[in-house]
Ligand binder design. Structure first.
Ligand SMILES: [Zn+2]
Length: 418
């Protein structure tokens, strides 16, 4: 993957943003380009210094007033100037935000707005408009297959860098997402040894339950090996070649297993969601901090990174298929009865039972179903009214699950899939 930057929602229109990072070979000399990068860096530093001494946060208008004419007189174009003061401001803000010192720029890199470059994907050439009317032409060193994907996308900004040996360009592409109109909700409950997936209709009826095994026990074994080695050589493991090599080997395994798995599951889940036109509901992992459930369901030794990685891949593959993804606070999803909303009690190993209505179900399946329901009750849309968890209508089963469904849930078995 490697090229995904972010997905963002600006106003109403969701967009996918990806960066294409390639080596760029200057055609002809590159003195002016280097000069531009140095000038750019020094200008950013100058503004950082000025803003640093002002304690208030400056608006864009104020920044413009303070620095624009100065930058233009240095030879920068209008959009260069804008990029420079906005970038300087963001550097100061983030340094202040984490209590750091005044930023000092060493690297040569510049953000360039789309008004200041011309990109030709057919000939793979890039023309940059530099300071004082200069231009630089660069040949992009990338295969046409890699670029093919971005035909028809918009590009709106790029970053050009010099790393001492050559130039790099990251071009930011974006396209609008024509989101598929959801017909069902799919929720994914991540656990240490399994991933459980539930698909519900938009009015709360259960359509499908599915379970994947995870390789996290294997990952944990490698993690434990690393810890053991580090414990045995608490101070020296970094410096003894053989020890470091052993640690790297385990680290490599962890990386391969977790990425390999995340990609596979992401693809599989998104494919299923695509077939059923699902909107995908994921657990908001940031919200887990507040929930005491975390200890039970997540292995602290592994941390959340592995779940984030899986979610990242699910999200990526879903966007590729124009499916919407939402994050839902998983609070109490594994402790409430999906039928009547009362608290569930442990019944057997991994099986929960409701004392009030007698509902019995697999713990992880319940969590996934409740996640779906939380989405449905929170985001009533497409003209479908939300179904509140604890407000069953007297004449029907609000969960859409009939008695035999409970039976089916009791007997949910891990499918051998991965
Ligand atoms: Zn109940």
């Amino acid at each position: 993957m490697g090229v995904l930057v972010s997905y963002s929602v600006r106003g109403e229109e969701p967009v996918v943003i990806e960066a294409l990072r390639v080596r760029a070979l200057p055609e002809g000399g590159y003195d002016h380009l280097l000069e531009f990068l140095k000038l750019y860096r020094d200008a950013v530093q100058m503004i950082v210094n000025r803003i640093w001494s002002i304690s208030e946060r400056l608006s864009k208008r104020k920044l413009h007033k303070l620095f624009y004419s100065n930058l233009v007189s240095m030879g920068f174009r209008a959009h260069h100037a804008k990029e420079i003061y906005i970038y300087a401001e963001s550097l100061v803000e983030s340094a202040r935000g984490n209590g750091g010192r005044k930023p000092v720029l060493r690297k040569l890199s510049a953000r360039v707005d789309r008004y200041d470059y011309r990109l030709d994907l057919d000939s793979m050439t890039l023309t940059l408009k530099l300071h004082s009317g200069y231009e630089a032409r660069l040949k992009l060193a990338s295969s046409s297959e890699r670029v093919e994907k971005f035909r028809g996308w918009g590009n709106y900004e790029l970053v050009v860098k010099y790393d001492g040996s050559g130039f790099w360009v990251s071009i930011y592409f974006k396209r609008a997402v024509k989101a598929v109109k959801p017909r069902t909700v799919m929720a994914i409950d991540l656990n240490f040894d399994n991933i459980t997936l539930a698909v519900l209709t938009l009015d709360g009826g259960l359509l499908k339950l599915k379970r994947f095994r995870t390789p996290l026990r294997k990952v944990l074994t490698h993690r434990i090996w690393v810890e053991r080695i580090q414990k045995r050589y608490p101070r020296s493991w970094r410096f003894i070649k053989g020890v470091r090599k052993a640690i790297d080997r385990h680290g490599e395994k962890i990386k391969n297993i977790s990425w390999g798995y995340a990609h596979k599951v992401g693809d599989l889940v998104a494919e299923l969601a695509s077939k059923r036109s699902s909107i995908i509901a994921l657990e908001d992992l940031d919200k887990l901090r507040e929930n005491n459930k975390k200890g039970k369901r997540f292995n602290k030794r592994l941390g959340l990174w592995i779940y984030r990685r899986i979610q990242f891949c699910v999200e990526y593959e879903a966007r590729e298929r124009n499916l919407e993804v939402v994050k839902i606070n998983p609070r109490s999803t594994s402790s409430k009865c999906p039928r009547c909303g009362k608290k569930l009690a442990e019944y057997r190993h991994r099986v929960l039972r409701c004392r009030k209505c007698g509902f019995v179900g697999d713990r992880d399946a319940i969590a996934a179903i409740n996640l779906c329901k939380k989405f449905i009750s929170k985001y009533p849309r497409c003209g479908v009214p939300g179904v509140a968890l604890n407000a069953p209508k007297p004449d029907e089963n609000p969960s859409g699950m009939q008695g035999n469904r409970d039976e089916a849930m009791k007997n949910i078995k891990p499918h051998k899939l991965i």
